[in-house]
Design a protein around this ligand. Sequence first.
Ligand code: ADP
Ligand code: MG
Length: 268
Amino acid sequence: MSTLELVRKEGQPLDETGETPALRIRGLTVSYGRSPAVFSVDVTVPKGSMTAIVGPNGAGKSTLLKAALGIVRPLAGQVSVFGRPLSRARSRVAYVPQRASVDWDFPTRVIDVVLMGLYRELGLLRRVSKADRARAAECLERVGMADFADRQIGQLSGGQQQRVFLARALAQDADLYLLDEPFAGVDAATEKAIISVLKALRAEGRTVVAVHHDLSTVPEYFDRVLMINVRKIAEGPVDTVFTEEALHATYGGRLAMAGPGAPVAGAG
Ligand code: ADP
Ligand code: MG
């Protein structure tokens, strides 16, 4: 069957491997004010891949994720998830926001934060069952936080909180995981724990997209990369796309030490 026939059969454009992509964005433009934060960006994320989104502070990385989730309304563009409009695939997407964006003044136990991941499925009115609790506990176990189930989330360290948010996303049992700087400000043990969970998700055939600010770990952690600075600079396998030239085009003068193996290029 030719590619064109495949396209016709599915009624849906395919990725380079001939499958319906996990995430497909076309012509995405988002603007908060006068100048666009994201301009005319196309992205294709193949199923089962692990993609890093890199770019300088203010490059529109978080905005891109939020538009992919329908949290911000784009000026133009289309988003499809597993070949469907976002509105019909929302339950297949889990999101871990940038940690600084959550404020826990209200006392909330860790286990309840994880149970929030189940609410979409449970509905707000259904009672939380023993099985739900067991599943939440299992998700905490996967991120190495089983012993903290009854602690207040506000009392945990930043890295511990980040693991709990990941556990909440795991409880959603999604097929596409979008994470905004999951490693920012976490300790080495947490980074290890998180990356091994993400790699396990990929091994299960799930798709992971993460905004990532540490260029030195891109080749080790990810198989694909999307480089943006308002516009898309490059997209594809890390091996072929993550070059010094592309890094310069993405970071311009702001990158002091370019290239894989260099330290951090400024978080944001
Ligand atoms: P990144 O995550 O790459 O650092 P963001 O997507 O957060 O970048 O921001 C892109 C641009 O949009 C920045 O110039 C930022 O100041 C602006 N921006 C982000 N969120 C808002 C908002 N809610 N209102 C107005 N401007 C915003
Ligand atoms: Mg951001």
